[in-house]
Design a protein around this ligand. Structure first.
Ligand code: EPU
Length: 420
């Protein structure tokens, strides 16, 4: 398994361009299955999760081609049964279920496996499909949904932690081809859900209210091919912004959507980071001493859980106590014990991490446990004195396009060490 070797202590300087959003492109790729015509998706990030989703589409019968960051999919013929092992490996693949159900009225997919950041159930997805009239059964590791007709209805998709991002997208993708009107209450408001809806609208779907907790979908008979450009990845932008602040550098983040980043930028400003916004460019530097801030992760437009680990590193470098509370996933503090290897002083109390910041960090070998934990360890390694070896880089390759190349361009001393 490849690792990253980081010689820390060098402030990041320069420009970095943000790639397309992983969590938008995965359901958008699934949505291409809703039509037999060709779909063209632009600004597709080069990620292992994207390649993996392309394999899943191919296994279902679609023709998939990449040219640079443009993806073309034509699902003229389509099978309703996904490859068990392919789907099981990646959580995002569950969102092929809505399009298969919408177009073929049947879908069989393997249950996505448990995940290191929590249980990650899909009960709300299935509740939505059942409300549309599908019969849903779970047997032998598979979920099977079948429907004679899909009929629009009013449904509530709120759960323990509020709305569900992929669940909202999944049910919306089935409902666009249902008969009549579907109203999803407690829908996720994340920009990625809005992006999926915009692609569906370009395909001929009738959807209003996206970006609010009430989405209304008026079913149509069929969808057609469409072109779409994926939104920039707000979590990638947040990660580079936090890396700039953590290393006391100055970085221009190009091609971002600052309007998707209010919660993160606001907390960073409270913490003493200077952020200038000019159109789609953000310039991030420190303006003086850092101050501790308390953070609670929440559904959009609150502070994103996917930036919690990276923010924790900035707080670990900030003198004073900050409290970071995780409200979306129950065990998303796997990075804490690894950050401790670098010298961070963090205690976990239930859903909160108490960060006693300001201790100097020094490099160490660390083990990444999930995508965002890995990003946090990279930031910590960049800020630490000495060498940090981040193992299991495949987590990063799932969600950050060319992370080592982009960081090297910013002056980081980072090398990918291939296992021989
Ligand atoms: N939940 C339920 N029942 C369900 C579905 C979700 O109780 O049927 C709960 C979950 O257990 C969790 C909460 O609802 O407590 C939110 O989960 P959500 O369904 O919104 O998460 P997701 O759609 O599976 C997406 C992203 C995650 C991101 C979350 C939250 C993709 C591929 N994944 O997951 O991204 O953390 O939304 O914003 O879009 C990442 O990129 O590192 C990542 C984990």
């Amino acid at each position: 398994m490849d690792s990253l070797s980081i010689k820390g202590g060098t402030p990041l300087h320069g420009d970095v361009t943000i790639s397309g959003a992983k969590n938008a492109v995965l359901p958008i790729m699934a949505a291409t299955l809703l039509t037999a015509e060709t779909c063209v998706i632009r600004r597709v990030p080069n990620l292992s999760d994207v390649k993996f989703m392309a394999q899943i589409l191919t296994s279902l019968g679609a023709e998939v081609t990449f040219e640079g960051d443009t993806l073309q999919v034509r699902a003229a013929k389509l099978k309703p049964v996904g490859d068990y092992d392919l789907i099981r490996k990646m959580r995002g693949s569950v969102c092929i279920m809505g399009p298969l159900l919408g177009r073929l009225h049947k879908a069989t997919v393997s249950l996505p496996g448990g995940c290191i950041i929590g249980a990650r159930p899909i009960g709300l997805h299935l509740k939505g499909f059942a409300a549309l009239g599908a019969e849903v059964v779970v047997e032998a590791g598979y979920v099977r949904a079948t429907a004679k007709r899909l009929v629009g209805t009013e449904m509530f998709l709120g759960g323990r932690a509020g709305s569900t991002v992929l669940g909202t997208a999944n049910v919306m993708m089935a409902a666009v081809l249902a008969e009549g009107v579907t109203i999803i209450e407690s829908a996720a408001c994340e920009p990625e859900v809005v992006d999926v809806a915009n692609f569906l609208i370009a395909m001929g779907a009738k959807i209003t209210g996206v970006g609010s907790p009430t989405i209304t979908i008026t079913g149509v008979k069929e969808l057609h091919g469409a072109e779409h450009e994926v939104i920039p990845d707000r979590i990638e932008a947040a990660t580079y912004a936090l890396a700039a602040a953590a290393t006391d550098g100055e970085v221009r983040i190009l091609g971002a959507r600052p309007d998707h980043l209010h919660a993160v930028l606001d907390k960073m400003r409270d913490a003493g980071v200077k952020i200038e916004r000019n159109g789609t460019t953000l310039t991030v530097s420190r303006k003086g001493k850092l101050k501790p801030v308390d953070i609670t992760t929440l559904p959009y437009s609150g502070f994103p859980t996917d930036a919690q680990a990276q923010m924790m590193v900035l707080m670990a470098l900030t003198p004073g106590i900050s409290i970071i509370t995780e409200r979306i996933f129950e065990s998303r503090f796997m990075h804490v014990s690894e950050l401790a290897r670098l010298g961070a002083d963090i205690e976990i109390e239930g859903p909160s991490a108490i960060v006693k910041g300001g201790k100097p960090l020094s490099g160490a070998p660390v083990m990444a446990s999930d995508l965002r934990a890995s990003a946090a360890l990279v930031i910590a390694g960049l800020a630490a004195q000495g060498t940090t070896q981040v193992n299991r880089v495949y987590h990063l390759d799932r969600g950050y396009e060319n992370i080592d190349g982009k960081l090297r361009q910013l002056g980081a001393r980072i090398e990918r060490v291939e296992e021989t």
